[in-house]
Design a binder for this molecule. Structure first.
Ligand SMILES: NC(=O)c1ccc[n+]([C@@H]2O[C@H](COP(=O)([O-])OP(=O)(O)OC[C@H]3O[C@@H](n4cnc5c(N)ncnc54)[C@H](O)[C@@H]3O)[C@@H](O)[C@H]2O)c1
Length: 368
C-alpha cells in the first residue's frame, strides 16, 4: 500500500525540487510520467540492468509506454561509451528540449543519466528514482553528475539538479545485504558530520536496520535534510575552508585512497568510507578533538553493519599518501581533511602534520 512517509524540499531558487520518501511509490511515479507526457513532453528512462531483473514489476510500471535504455550494472558504466549510448538513445527517442530523462538505479545510473541530461541539448529535465540506500541518502540529491576516466573517478561531470527524487524504500528489498551495509556507512557519516542525535540513535538501537525497518524513512529523511542544507548553502562546492559541501567528504579523503590503492572493486565505496570514518575519527583525536565519544562506539556501530574498520589486506603507506595527493579535491598541492570537533560537528582543516596522517594509516593496517 502506498505510503508517502516523508517529503522535503531542496531550496535552490528556480532549481528547487522535492524529495519524496515512502513505500510503494510506483503509481505515484508512473502517474507523474503520464501527466508530463499528456503535456506533450517526451520522456525516456535509463535503468540499471540488475535492478530491472530484480524488480520487474516496478520496472515495468515505470518503463511501459516510454522508451528505456538498459544500463549494464556496475561502476564501469560511468564511461564515455555509455554516455554516447545515452545521447544516441535520446536522439533516437526524439527527445527535444522540453523532454525529460528518468534515472532508475543506484549512484552509477544516477550519475550517468544526470550527466546525459545535463549535456544533451545543453540540458533537459531529469528525475531520479534511486534504488540503493547509498543513492537514496546521498548520490540522488545535490546535482553532482558525471562519469569516470581511466585517470580517475568522476573527472568529467557537471552540476545538474534533478526536478524530483522519489525514494521508494520497497525497492531496497532486493538490494544485496552488502550494498545495504555500504549505504549505512554514508548514513553513519551524516551522523558523524552533522547530527550527533542520529549517530547516538544508531548506536542505541539494539537491532541493525534493514530495508523493512519502520525507522528507515525517517532516517533517510534526516540524511537528505542534512545534505539539502549543505547543498543549499554551497551548491557548487565553492566554500573552501569554511566547509560547505566539502564536509560531505568526511571519511572520503582516506576512503578514496583506499579504493584506488586496493584496486577499484576490492571495496565497495561505502566499505572504504567506513574505514575512512575510523581514520577521520582517529585523526580528530590525534588533534585533541572528539573526546565525548569513545572509539569503540564507532567501531561497534560499523561492525554491526558488517562494515570493515581495518584494511582487508595491508597496503603500503606511501601508496596511500600518493593516492591522497592525486585526489581531485587537493587544491594547489594542499591536502585538506574533514575532521570533527565532536561527533556531529565536522570542519575542514589544512596543514595536518604528515606523521599524524601516517599514524592514522598505520592504525588501520597500512605498512611501511
Ligand atoms: N553524485 C553524487 O553526489 C554521488 C555521491 C556518492 C556516490 N556517488 C556515486 O555513486 C556510485 C555508487 O552508487 P551505488 O552504491 O548506488 O552503486 P551502484 O549504482 O553500482 O549499485 C550497486 C549495485 O546494486 C545493484 N542494484 C541497485 N539497486 C538494486 C536493487 N534495488 N535491487 C538489486 N540490485 C540493485 C546494481 O546493479 C549494482 O550492482 C559511485 O559511482 C559513486 O561515485 C555519487
Amino acid at each position: 500500500m502506498k505510503q508517502l512517509a516523508r517529503e522535503l524540499q531542496v531550496n535552490l531558487g528556480e532549481r528547487s525540487y522535492p524529495i519524496r520518501i515512502g513505500r510503494d511509490l510506483g503509481n505515484d511515479i508512473s502517474g507523474f510520467i503520464t501527466a508530463l507526457t499528456k503535456e506533450g513532453r517526451q520522456g525516456a528512462v535509463l535503468i540499471d540492468d540488475h535492478f530491472l531483473n530484480s524488480q520487474p514489476e516496478f520496472s515495468q510500471q515505470i518503463i511501459s509506454g516510454i522508451p528505456h535504455l538498459i544500463i549494464p550494472s556496475g561502476e564501469g558504466s560511468k564511461s564515455v561509451e555509455q554516455l554516447t549510448r545515452g545521447w544516441n538513445f535520446l536522439t533516437a527517442s526524439k527527445i527535444d528540449r522540453s523532454g525529460f530523462l528518468i534515472a532508475v538505479g543506484g549512484g552509477v545510473v544516477g550519475d550517468l543519466a544526470g550527466f546525459v541530461a545535463a549535456s544533451y541539448l545543453r540540458g533537459v529535465s531529469f528525475y531520479q528514482v534511486p534504488t540503493t540506500l547509498l543513492s537514496m541518502v546521498d548520490s540522488s540529491v545535490g546535482g553532482k553528475t558525471g562519469i569516470n576516466l581511466e585517470a580517475g573517478k568522476n573527472l568529467i561531470g557537471s552540476f545538474h539538479q534533478p526536478d524530483c527524487v522519489w525514494a521508494d524504500l520497497d525497492l531496497l528489498n532486493s538490494l544485496p545485504a552488502r550494498e545495504f551495509s555500504a549505504g549505512m556507512a554514508e548514513v553513519v557519516k551524516y551522523g558523524m558530520l552533522a547530527d550527533r542525535g542520529l549517530f547516538e540513535q544508531l548506536l542505541d538501537s539494539s537491532v541493525a536496520l534493514c530495508p523493512s525497518s519502520p525507522a528507515l524513512p525517517e532516517l533517510i529523511h534526516r540524511c537528505c535534510s542534512i545534505k539539502a542544507k549543505i547543498v543549499q548553502a554551497d551548491e557548487r562546492e565553492m566554500s573552501g575552508l569554511q566547509g560547505g559541501r566539502a564536509l560531505l567528504n568526511l571519511g572520503h579523503t582516506f576512503g578514496h585512497a583506499i579504493e584506488k590503492v586496493a584496486g577499484y572493486g576490492t571495496y565497495l565505496h561505502g566499505e572504504a568510507v567506513a574505514i575512512g570514518l575510523v581514520c577521520a575519527f582517529r585523526l580528530s583525536q590525534f588533534l585533541g578533538k572528539c573526546t565525548k565519544h569513545s572509539e569503540s562506539d564507532i567501531l561497534n556501530l560499523l561492525t554491526s553493519y558488517n562494515l570493515p574498520c581495518l584494511l582487508k589486506e595491508p597496503v603500503k603507506l606511501a601508496d596511500l599518501n600518493l593516492a591522497m595527493y592525486a585526489d581531485k579535491k587537493v587544491k594547489r598541492g594542499v591536502l585538506r581533511f574533514v575532521v570533527m570537533e565532536e561527533i556531529g560537528d565536522a570542519y575542514c582543516i589544512e596543514g595536518v602534520q604528515s606523521d599524524l596522517v601516517d599514524r592514522v594509516w598505520t592504525s588501520v593496517g597500512a605498512i611501511a
